[in-house]
Design a protein around this ligand. Structure first.
Ligand SMILES: [Zn+2]
Ligand SMILES: [Zn+2]
Length: 80
């Protein structure tokens, strides 16, 4: 079990809950991470949050991103 960082606790107080997964994923981000980190720092919670956003927004399909990844990141950080 990964220990959340104090910054991670601020971002996702109880960890990030993935749909269909009962175990919350602890956020291990540092204060230098982007406000809507995509998990590029190695944080599983933020990687999941980003993947879920892409899934819901239709930015990701069976074969990976349907738009350039940078575009997906941009939209995630805009929140839409
Ligand atoms: Zn994180
Ligand atoms: Zn991060």
């Amino acid at each position: 079990m990964t220990t959340p960082s104090s910054e991670g606790l601020r971002r996702y107080p109880g960890g990030y809950y993935d749909v269909g997964n009962d175990d919350p994923q602890p956020c291990t981000c540092t204060p230098t991470c982007a406000p809507r980190c995509t998990g590029s720092c190695g944080c599983e919670a933020c990687a999941l949050a980003f993947a879920e956003f892409c899934d819901i927004a239709g930015l990701i399909g069976m074969d990976g991103f349907t738009v350039p990844e940078a575009e997906a990141v941009r939209r995630y950080q805009l929140g839409r």
